[in-house]
Design a protein around this ligand. Structure first.
Ligand SMILES: NC(=O)c1ccc[n+]([C@@H]2O[C@H](COP(=O)([O-])OP(=O)(O)OC[C@H]3O[C@@H](n4cnc5c(N)ncnc54)[C@H](O)[C@@H]3O)[C@@H](O)[C@H]2O)c1
Ligand SMILES: [Zn+2]
Length: 331
């Protein structure tokens, strides 16, 4: 059973919060949780307020531990509720998507979305514990699995050339006997990065943002939903690898390798929204990594090494989006 060992480890005063896709899968295991509608649209101020009210109605106090059972949406929302309810109560992450297991449950960034932007309100609020069972991934759709694999691919590209080589030769397209090891390896990478730069101050944590300047812009331009986060990261990593080559920072040949690596994981590296150049650039101007001028990118210098680059001028980005990338796409 996926939660053997986890249920018993939860504190006696726990309040489980999950979504209505996850709840029916394990209704027998977790009694009387708070259940909210699944989907990114729940990561909002209204749902935040409703959860605070429900926590109070259930009599949750400072000794109550909130348990976020679900994907990154539940993790981010419950973490933010925990950071505020009664000026902060403990919480535990029990991530059930690949994306949440390798990425969002680790590192203590919690947030909700606003009409003005994604993750625009939030906190650094680490969980007491993260309990991961990769057995939960068996019920995940193929698309959601692929979505999470984009972040796994990213860890290889930014910090772990051995992982990248391993996955290039034998891509991770479904749950198999390697899944536990790969998830653990990704969690360790993220944990080590966060330990050295918890509050995103020295550029190291920003390396986790490879592909994300363009990915977030694609998500925004397409209206959050049609292109899942990991799908957008796949496209973003290819385009940002090209950008690195254009700037003379990335070893020539890397972008082509990156494209093949991503495509072997059945993720796309191109999308029609790339043609919405003005909208994309406008979205990139609001990237949280930006400094006084130009746009910031966390790029790779070669497979396994990354570098934060600020002040990239818009003409270069425009050239990337309108023509340069086409040179890298072969049939
Ligand atoms: N805090 C961070 O550091 C961080 C990092 C990356 C992403 N995020 C956030 O994570 C969110 C995306 O997370 P996600 O991709 O997990 O999305 P999600 O939470 O919406 O989950 C995706 C879908 O899978 C369903 N689901 C969850 N577990 C399942 C299971 N075991 N079997 C079947 N279905 C299951 C969910 O109900 C949902 O419909 C975004 O809001 C993003 O901003 C946060
Ligand atoms: Zn991401």
């Amino acid at each position: 059973m996926p939660f053997d060992g986890i249920v018993g480890a939860l504190p006696s005063h726990s309040l489980i919060i999950t979504d209505d896709n996850v709840y029916p899968l394990w209704a027998q295991t977790f009694s009387d949780p708070l259940v909210i509608p699944a989907g990114e649209s729940s990561k909002c101020l209204r749902q935040f307020g409703e959860l605070i009210e429900k926590c109070a109605e259930r009599g949750a106090d400072r000794k109550t531990t909130l348990v976020a059972l679900g994907g990154g949406v539940i993790g981010d929302l419950v973490g933010y509720v925990a950071s505020s309810y009664m000026r902060g109560v403990p919480y535990i992450q029990v991530p059930t998507t690949l994306l949440a297991q390798v990425d969002s449950s680790v590192g203590g960034k919690v947030a909700i979305d606003m009409p003005q932007g994604k993750n625009i309100v939030g906190a650094f609020y680490p969980p007491e514990a993260v309990y991961i069972s990769t057995e939960t991934l068996t019920t995940l759709s193929e698309r959601q699995f692929r979505n999470g694999s984009a972040e796994v691919i990213k860890y290889g590209l930014i910090l772990d050339i051995d992982l990248a080589s391993l996955l290039f030769d034998c891509p991770m397209t479904t749950i198999d006997e390697r899944t536990n090891d790969i998830v653990s390896r990704c969690v360790r990478i993220k944990r080590d990065v966060v330990a050295q730069d918890e509050f995103d101050r020295n550029g190291l944590r920003a390396s986790l943002n490879f592909g994300h300047t363009i990915a977030h812009a694609i998500e925004q331009v397409t209206g959050y939903g049609p292109v899942l986060h990991g799908e957008a990261v796949g496209i973003g990593m290819f385009f940002e690898a090209i950008l690195g080559e254009m700037l003379g920072l990335t070893e020539p040949g890397t972008a082509k390798w990156v494209r093949e690596y991503i495509r072997r994981h059945r993720l796309n590296t191109e999308h029609p929204s790339i043609e919405q150049t003005d909208d994309l650039i406008r979205a990139m101007r609001r990237d949280k990594k930006n400094e006084s001028d130009g746009i910031a990118f966390s790029l790779i210098t070669r497979v396994g090494e990354s570098k934060l680059v600020t002040g990239v001028d818009e003409a270069t980005i425009r050239s990337l989006l309108t023509k340069e990338w086409k040179r890298y796409v072969t049939a």
